[in-house]
Ligand binder design. Structure first.
Ligand code: HEM
Ligand SMILES: *[C@@H]1O[C@H](CO)[C@@H](O)[C@H](O)[C@H]1NC(C)=O
Ligand SMILES: *[C@@H]1O[C@H](CO)[C@@H](O)[C@H](O)[C@H]1NC(C)=O
Length: 324
């Protein structure tokens, strides 16, 4: 009996510490407590200043972490610039002309390198912490971020194209995409709640507003038509929910009203009474549960395939692999 309790306690402790990386070493909450006690406060300060300057930046930083983690794990690969020998992830379809926040990551990296008196904090960890700090700065609840990720020494445009979901997928494809990362349908619905923040370019919602009128609220459609012409300009932005700089559950309420901007968002609530419909309704009605489950799902996202121990490196400059 006692042995069983000890065993259960060990399983619980392992779950708390997160999945081990390939090296067997686990991420931990206090990874920088000795090596750089100022690290987290420094990141928070730079994130806060960037969001004051431009509130959308919080959304952009959250998305960067997601797009990093879905491509071979949370390893900072998205931050690498192209070189003569390597085409990185920045111009992959889901990222090209779309992911942003690289200058803010550079500013954070330079601030932590100064605060830590050296190159201590990995770029992959910076992305995870910056995402959490963005959520909190824009009114969301805080959640634990585990640390100790190391940075990749390579990146892949093809892997980014293959792994990151695109906004034209139907629900089964979305669910399969998340499942291939070890994430459930509920994780899909909860993490899509990140679309409580930020904007999309016309090129990603044009099809929806002109060709999905059956699931689209007419007055919402009319307001979008004026912004995003049937052909031509791809850039005009529309917000992903009615309150794009506040973390709340308006996103889920919008889905229930046919006011999803992206095809993929509306797929989560089709009014057919499917499992994801029920989850959308639940989060629309229970903001506290959303806050709780979102934090847990972000922890799971941040635990995808990290490099740990002596794998990879801690990049000096997030855009380039260290010189040998
Ligand atoms: C489920 C599949 C998903 C698809 C198909 C998808 C697709 C998109 C698209 C097309 C945009 C607009 C990008 C642009 O026009 O530049 C966007 C924005 C955004 N996405 Fe997602 N997304 C998904 C899931 C997620 C997840 C899981 C997160 C984070 C946990 C996330 C966070 C964001 C944020 C915060 C923005 C706004 C970015 C900004 O304004 O700079 N998305 N997404
Ligand atoms: C990225 O977008 C630019 C500008 O639209 C375009 O010229 C370029 O071909 C795109 N790159 C890729 C790899 O699709
Ligand atoms: C709507 O769908 C039709 C048929 O698939 C397609 O030809 C057309 O380009 C689409 N319109 C827009 C604005 O996406």
């Amino acid at each position: 009996m006692a042995a069983m309790l000890v065993c259960l306690a060990m399983i619980a402790a392992a779950a708390l510490a997160g999945a081990p990386g390939a090296s067997g070493q686990e991420l931990t909450a206090d990874y920088y407590a000795e090596s750089c006690p100022q690290a987290l406060a420094t990141i928070q300060l730079v994130v806060g200043a960037a969001i004051v300057k431009e509130p959308r930046m919080g959304a952009s930083l959250v998305r960067l972490h997601f797009h990093d983690c879905f491509v071979n794990g949370c390893d900072g690969s998205i931050l690498l610039d192209d070189t003569d020998d390597m085409i990185g992830e920045k111009t992959a379809q889901p990222n090209n002309m779309s992911v942003r926040g690289f200058d803010v990551i550079d500013a954070i990296k330079s601030a932590v390198n100064t605060a830590c008196l050296g190159n201590v904090v990995s770029c992959a960890d910076i992305l995870a912490v910056a995402a959490r700090d963005s959520i909190v700065a824009l009114g969301g609840s805080s959640y634990d971020v585990l640390l100790g990720r190391r940075d990749a020494t390579t990146a892949s445009l093809d892997d980014a194209d293959d792994s990151i979901p695109n906004p034209f997928m139907d629900l089964p494809e979305l669910a399969a995409n998340f499942e291939s990362q070890g994430l459930t349908l509920r994780d899909l619905v909860v993490l899509s709640g990140a679309h409580t923040l930020g904007y999309s370019r016309c090129v990603f919602y044009r099809d929806r507003i002109y060709n999905e009128t059956d699931t689209l609220d007419p007055s919402y459609a009319a307001s979008l038509d004026a912004r995003c012409p049937p052909a031509g300009e791809d850039e005009p932005l529309a917000s992903l929910d009615d309150t794009p700089t506040t973390v709340d559950t308006d996103y889920y309420r919008g889905l229930m009203q046919g006011r999803a901007l992206l095809h993929t968002d509306q797929q989560l609530y089709r009014g057919h009474g499917g499992a994801s419909d029920g989850m959308v309704r639940y989060y629309a009605e229970n903001p506290d549960k959303f806050a709780e489950d979102f934090g847990a799902a972000m922890l799971k996202l941040g635990g995808l395939g990290p490099l740990t121990g002596d794998e990879g490196e801690v990049r000096e400059d997030c855009r380039v692999v260290n010189q040998q």
